[in-house]
Design a protein around this ligand. Structure first.
Ligand code: GUN
Length: 463
């Protein structure tokens, strides 16, 4: 359980990679009070400030970050916690076969219990590896289970149920409603119910985001109504777009429009929208994303593993498109590792455009500031600055595989691994201490995942 009020913390003696506008890297302590960063400075400066505090100081924990880096919590803008149980069960397929033959039958076999187990396994991996915030797309049913896991584990999230009102060929467990005629209304009704139940949960750490799955799974009516409903509620919109050539050909055949232009025509572009993948875009679509400031959620491992292609990220950044990073789901990656994803985002562009195409510091921006923007939380997270929420990660880069040279960005992006993360703070709460999760028993999470998968495979008839 997460305590209502976090205790005061000091992360002391580390090198602070602030990711502020000036990208300052400071030898400093970070003071955390009431879940916020209240000071970044020398020990003496912090003691003076804390002494001036109006309220009685609560018991204080000092996290020794000597010889370590203190970085903003890593942010992954495209995750499917519902798919973590399916790691290794859908290898070596292209997107549409991967979805139809494996992922949809597996998702359709979820129960509340298996979905909770899947989410807890994914969150354990994410938090242990320094990811403090995610944007998650759930499956069609049982989505309360994902929110329960988000609330209980302490991770920050924008999350929502997958909306799929085009039900032809969908397994029974992924149908929004027994009657096709009522699928659109059922999808919206359930999304609104979840939004009303969970938006703002976990003392504001959890937000609802509307998640129409992709153009091929949704009617035009659902996409339009979702855009209106989400804006009415000031909620984020999260979908997949232009990941695969067969997908964009199908959208064009059905609508007569290129995918992004179609999404624009139904209201699904804008600063409040995140489009996962965006691998196959025309130059006109790239400009449209820039003009509308639509967020591109870049998933380099997934795009390679499903054979989708390489997104033109440097070109999109040059146009001013906001870009962030996500591991996608476990069955198309097969890890949820922010370090690996950031390293790959940088490396992937180098054979295309030369070794300068995506320097380490630019890649690190995507997984911090870019992620914050994609989640609509740029004023709250993504950098270590006074007033921001305290989402902080301590990384030990004095290891054999990270030593001896290199600036902080080189070490973080090209050499560091999730196991180098020692401590993680979300919203001022310590969720990983010395490599151990505070709110989850990892052995129990693994055992529960194995047992839930066994039962699910029997239900899915895919064992
Ligand atoms: N497009 C529609 N659904 C999905 C999904 O679950 N994963 C990926 N990678 N692409 C999708």
């Amino acid at each position: 359980m997460i305590a209502a009020m976090p205790m005061d913390l000091i992360l002391s003696g580390g090198t602070v990679v602030t990711q502020n506008d000036a990208r300052d890297v400071l030898s400093a302590d970070v003071l955390v009070q009431d879940g916020r960063i209240t000071a970044v400075g020398t020990r003496k400066e912090l003691e003076k400030l804390a002494g001036r505090g109006a309220r009685q100081p609560r018991p204080r924990l000092v996290i020794d970050a000597t010889d370590r880096l203190v970085i903003p919590g890593l942010i992954q803008s495209h995750i499917h916690l519902c798919q973590t149980l399916f790691r290794g069960l859908a290898d070596d397929l292209a997107l549409l076969d991967w979805l139809k033959q494996r992922i949809w039958p597996l998702e359709g076999a979820h129960t509340h219990r298996s979905l909770r187990a899947s989410a807890r396994l994914g969150i354990a991996e994410l938090l242990r590896g320094g990811t403090t915030a995610i944007q998650d797309m759930g499956t069609v049913h049982h989505t309360d289970a994902v929110f329960e896991a988000l609330e209980e584990t302490g991770i920050r999230a924008v999350a929502g149920k997958a909306m799929m009102d085009r039900q032809e060929g969908a397994p029974k467990g992924l149908r929004e409603h027994a009657s096709d005629a009522q699928a659109t209304e059922a999808s919206l009704r359930e999304s609104i119910r979840l939004c009303e139940a969970w938006n703002g949960a976990g003392s504001g750490r959890i937000r609802y985001g509307f998640a129409p799955r992709f153009a091929l799974s949704c009617t035009t009516g659902l996409l339009r109504e979702t855009a209106e409903e989400a804006r009415h509620r000031d909620a984020r919109i999260h979908t997949h777009a232009s990941e695969n050539k067969d997908e964009i050909a199908a959208v064009r055949a059905e609508t007569g429009l290129p995918n992004i232009e179609y999404l624009h025509s139904v209201g699904l572009t804008g600063h409040d929208v995140g489009l996962a993948h965006c691998v196959h875009l025309s130059r006109a679509e790239e400009k449209l994303l820039a003009k509308t400031q639509t967020n591109v959620l870049h998933c380099p491992s997934s795009n390679l593993k499903l054979g989708s292609g390489i997104a033109r990220i440097p070109e999109l950044l040059a146009l001013g498109v906001p870009v962030s990073i996500g591991a996608d789901g476990a069955p198309c990656n097969n890890n949820l590792d922010a370090f690996l994803e950031t390293r790959l985002a940088a490396l992937l562009q180098k054979p295309r455009l030369g070794p300068m195409a995506m320097p380490a510091n630019v890649a690190f921006d995507l997984v911090t500031r870019g992620g914050a923007r994609a989640l609509g939380l740029a004023d709250q997270i993504g950098s270590i600055e006074v007033g921001k929420r305290a989402d902080l990660v301590v990384v030990d880069v004095e290891r054999s595989h990270t030593l001896p040279g290199g600036d902080v960005y080189s070490r973080l992006v090209y050499a560091a691994r999730p196991t180098d993360v020692t401590d993680v703070v979300v919203d001022g709460h310590v969720v990983v201490r010395n490599g151990v999760l505070s709110n989850l028993d990892e052995d129990a999470v693994r055992a529960e995942a194995k047992s839930a998968l066994k039962a699910l495979l029997t239900r899915a008839d895919l064992a």
